[in-house]
Design a protein around this ligand. Structure first.
Ligand code: ADP
Length: 156
């Protein structure tokens, strides 16, 4: 009994934050690869109360839950409305997990990792995008969808 409790306490959890508008195969790849490094991943859907209504948040969380259900119980999805570091700590994570596709992503992630580390001391673990997924982004999906193109190949 005690051993189980200790083992549970040792589970290494990462917090994967993002807008996920929508959740793509690029995001899915980061979660799958993250599971080889961490025991659990909490996907944090960053929300803005002014921008997102409650329904939008609930729908986005439900869609991601459905997409990651194939990965089993080591992945959980939650919405948050505050600072990423605060949501990460609340989730019990030991680090923030992010993905990098381009130099522009790198610059942004470098700055955010530095800010989050200064605020809270939390580490950020970055995984480089698989080359074949480097062009997949939520904004491309939204743009293609807007003009009526089929985006199913970019969605999990
Ligand atoms: P944000 O608005 O916080 O950047 P996104 O939903 O766009 O959130 O992305 C969440 C994380 O996933 C970011 O670290 C982003 O760089 C990463 N990411 C997005 N698309 C891909 C991809 N195709 N491959 C690897 N990482 C990705």
């Amino acid at each position: 009994m005690n051993v189980d409790v200790e083992l549970l306490a040792m589970r290494r959890r990462a917090f994967f934050p993002g807008s996920f508008d929508p959740f793509t195969i690029g995001h899915m790849s980061i979660v799958e690869r993250g599971l080889t490094l961490f025991d659990e991943i909490v996907i944090g859907v960053g929300c803005n109360v002014a921008k997102h209504g409650e329904n939008v948040v609930a729908e986005r969380v439900a869609a991601i839950e459905k997409a990651v259900s194939v990965l089993g119980e080591r992945v959980r999805v939650t919405a948050y409305f505050d600072l990423t570091v605060d949501a990460a700590r609340r989730s019990g994570a030991i680090c923030i997990l992010r993905g990098v596709r381009t130099v522009a992503d790198y610059e942004y992630e470098r700055t955010m990792a530095d800010v989050n580390s200064r605020i809270d001391g939390i580490e950020t673990v970055v995984l480089f995008a698989r080359p074949e997924l480097a062009a997949v982004s939520s904004s491309v999906v939204r743009e293609l969808r807007h003009y009526g193109h089929d985006v199913s190949s970019m969605l999990p």
